[in-house]
Design a protein around this ligand. Structure first.
Ligand SMILES: *Cc1c(COP(=O)(O)O)cnc(C)c1O
Length: 369
């Protein structure tokens, strides 16, 4: 009979990342009821911690049950109605996923695209906003995990509001690793996940909406098509009313609460600096081994690096040996990078000098043979 066994992997892929031991311990806390006064206190405290991490005052800040994709779906199903026009920036897998989700809401999706490895330019967005009437939302991926590209947001946020649309941001791989400044950048709706730079297992999706976004949800002409993700109801469970909607995944709430506590203890700025330093070290190390970084210079994420191998290497074989012999997991390339590149994550607890050193040493050994 197969039993669950500890594998002691070092998780340096595109997520999940290695979980903080304190978080694993929090998950093993005996359950309380989901309406137990203690649990409600933990939920409320977690919301205020999430606000600090999102750098927002937004009242509607909570964690949806489900992974990052549930966060994506929450934002789209609540903000879009059939026939709405939404502009989506696509330069990798997760931009494509947003398009798919928005289309399933019955929205009319208009896309702007950049090559994989590049980011969306403000001029591209402005051109569409100028030539197309009635765009109600613009959506971008902040940290494109399929390429390792960081998407600048400030200018596009300004343009989006100039044309009266809502600005939606995917911060699944950015939250905790690089600044996600909801209020300063005037991001109307944003979602994230727990298993990337927050150092918890997959299972919850932090979501935040400002008043403009909330107003859009409240003034819908049609019901939100998903019962489970309807923020009108979910917010009543997290808010003052504590109205039962669905049972919160209690152990995951404990886990995320502990992960956020660790992050805030470290300090957001310190966490960003740690991610930046380790990402830089890894990228320098890879380049000095003669390998090519895929993401455009100046737009590289510290927490996710895509690195391209010369043809003489079989990346699949190397990746398998890295796992079998060194217990290190990295991610395969997607799309145009399939069979050619790795995606290396240094996220949350995984972002450490020890892991950078370990990986570079292992690669040197494997590639030298
Ligand atoms: C991982 C990821 C998602 C999806 O999250 P899941 O937890 O896998 O559902 C969405 N967007 C980005 C940018 C991601 O990296």
């Amino acid at each position: 009979m197969l039993r669950i066994q500890t594998q002691d992997r070092v998780l340096l892929g595109p997520g999940p990342s290695s979980v903080y031991p304190e978080v694993l311990k929090a998950m093993a806390t005996p359950l309380v009821g989901h309406l137990d006064p203690y649990f409600l206190e933990v939920m409320t405290d977690m919301q205020s911690k999430l606000r600090r991490v999102f750098q927002t005052e937004n009242e509607l800040t909570l964690a949806m049950s489900g992974t990052g994709s549930a966060g994506m779906e929450t934002v789209f199903v609540n903000l879009l109605e059939p026939g709405d026009k939404v502009l989506i920036g696509i330069c990798g897998v997760f931009g494509e996923r947003m398009k798919d989700v928005a289309e399933r809401c019955g929205a009319e999706v208009i896309t702007v695209r950049a090559d994989w490895g590049e980011s969306i330019a403000p001029e591209q967005v402005e051109a569409v906003l100028r030539s197309t009437n009635g765009i109600t939302a613009v959506a971008l991926v902040h940290a494109e995990t399929s390429t390792g590209v960081r998407q600048p947001l400030e200018e596009i946020s300004r343009l989006t509001h100039e044309y009266g649309a809502l600005f939606i941001v995917d911060a699944v791989t950015s939250l905790g690793g690089i600044p996600v400044e909801i209020d300063r950048l005037d991001i109307d709706a944003c979602y994230s996940g727990t298993q990337k730079c927050l150092g918890a297992p997959p299972g919850l999706a932090p979501v935040t909406l400002n008043n403009a976004a909330l107003e859009r949800v409240r003034s819908r002409k049609t019901k939100v098509q998903s019962w489970y993700l309807d923020l009108n109801m979910v917010a009543n469970y997290w808010g003052q009313e504590r109205f039962y909607h669905h049972t919160a995944p209690i152990s995951m709430v404990f886990a995320l609460h502990e992960a956020l506590s660790l992050l805030l203890d470290e300090g957001l700025e310190n966490s960003f600096a740690r991610h930046a330093r380790n990402g830089e070290l890894l990228q320098q190390g890879l380049e000095s081994m003669g390998l090519e970084l895929f993401a455009a210079q100046g737009y590289r994420l510290p927490e996710l690096t895509s690195v391209v191998f010369p043809d003489r290497y079989d990346e699949g074989q190397l990746r398998k040996r890295l796992l079998d012999e060194y217990n290190i997991e990295v991610g395969a390339g997607l799309g145009p990078l399939k069979g050619k590149a790795w995606r290396i994550g240094l996220m949350g607890h995984s972002s450490s000098l020890a892991n950078v050193t370990l990986l570079l040493q292992a690669m040197t050994e494997l590639m030298g043979e």
